[in-house]
Design a protein around this ligand. Structure first.
Ligand code: ZN
Ligand code: ZN
Length: 192
């Protein structure tokens, strides 16, 4: 079964839809990498209780922004970093894409998904795994208590993108127009 879901920033200026999502065509994960954490905290948001951020990987071809495209901004944490998208009306993190129009994938942060947590699980399925636990905050004991993502999840995360690429989703990538990002990426200088 596939569902259309609403997308919305916290203040409601930016709204959209993501069409036809299911557990089969998404990857629901928790990412513990330092960059996701820095990005969310820079925008004034909070991570999950266990330290990571909830992400659903989906094809950007499924995304349609209904209003507020002009509020969408792009950040990078380094010269070669992912493109990290957010809204500048209320600093809602949207998600991250590879820095190339040719690779159709977006890791959508749940901050931008207008669904209660239980409903997210019913659309995307339960969390498939935790990634980048080596960068997790908290004690080694806490990290050890979280099940690590196996190789199968990584294979699935890359494999699903190859399927989208073959289907032509790179030509219907919302975050890029004529091969260029829809907002000019700004490099965030993080003071340690
Ligand atoms: Zn907003
Ligand atoms: Zn991450």
């Amino acid at each position: 079964m596939a569902d259309d879901i609403s997308l919305k920033c916290t203040c409601g200026e930016v709204t959209g839809k993501a069409a036809g999502l299911s557990a089969e065509n998404t990857n629901h994960i928790i990412c513990h990498c330092a960059d996701c954490r820095t990005f969310v905290e820079h925008l004034g948001g909070r991570t999950e209780p266990e330290g990571g951020v909830q992400i659903t990987q989906m094809s950007p071809a499924r995304i349609r922004i209904i209003q507020g495209t002009e509020n969408i901004r792009c950040l990078r944490l380094s010269e070669k970093g992912l493109f990290r998208w957010y809204t500048d009306c209320c600093n809602t993190p949207i998600g991250a894409t590879p820095p190339s129009a040719g690779i159709p994938s977006v890791g959508m942060l749940h901050n931008f998904i207008d669904l209660p947590p239980e409903a997210r699980t019913s659309v995307f399925g339960p969390v498939r795994g935790h990634v980048f636990l080596n960068e997790a905050t908290g004690t080694a004991e806490q990290a050890a208590a979280i099940p690590k993502a196996g190789l199968a999840l990584w294979v699935r995360m890359y494999g699903i993108v190859i399927g989208w690429k073959l289907r032509g989703d790179a030509r219907r990538n919302f975050f890029f127009k004529d091969g260029q990002p829809i907002a000019r990426p700004e490099i965030l200088s993080v003071t340690p």
